[in-house]
Design a binder for this molecule. Sequence first.
Ligand code: MN3
Length: 248
Amino acid sequence: MKTNPSNSSRRTFLANSAKAGLTVGLLGTGISDIFGKESSSTFSTAYTQQPLAYGFDALEPHIDARTMEIHFTKHAAAYASNLRDAAKEEGVDTTLPLEQVLGSISKYSTKMRNNGGGHYNHELFWSILQPMGGAVPEGALLSAINSSFGSFEAFVAQFEAAAKTRFGSGWAWLLVDANGHLVVSSTANQDNPLMDIAEVQGTPILGLDVWEHAYYLHYQNRRPDYVAAFWKVVNWKAVAARFAAATT
Ligand code: MN3
């Protein structure tokens, strides 16, 4: 029987799914230390884009459909594709979580840094957004925010300042540092707090993309309006789950 490409893709997909399942299984049974500290959470990142959990138009009017579509299918897809090229060129085992490479990114190429960060950052970003989000955090996350920043409003002000004052392209972050404290930071380009070259290091639980490609179609030069609208689509339950994983 003649082999056709769709069967071949399906086999590759199934093989990759099986590997991903194995990784998740190992992480879920507490053998996570074989992957190192950064991947001890259940939020390990694969080298491929995960499907969006909502439609491109789901975050309207705060983030418009056209921006989401181009952002996901062009910008983020390119980071994922270029990351896989870099991994192949540099002999990285792509069945292991991407966090492994990010934690020692200083040992890899600029291509790996830019695209590994680019892929990780966007996968995190999509996961902490949702239609009809907003509201405010609750429970242990809210307590930790109050303890670290004084109040939720004070945290928002600090995060917005980080997002608005990042010169050029980059990200604003809420992260858990090595002492388990919540900290706000920002990074240039596609760097992130997992990287061993980051000024402020830790596990990011919330990130905001402030590259112009993330907002320019709808907001043009008005980055502060985009930053303010971000709070309307934050999925605080997802952020709380990342917080719990990073602090246990
Ligand atoms: Mn982006």
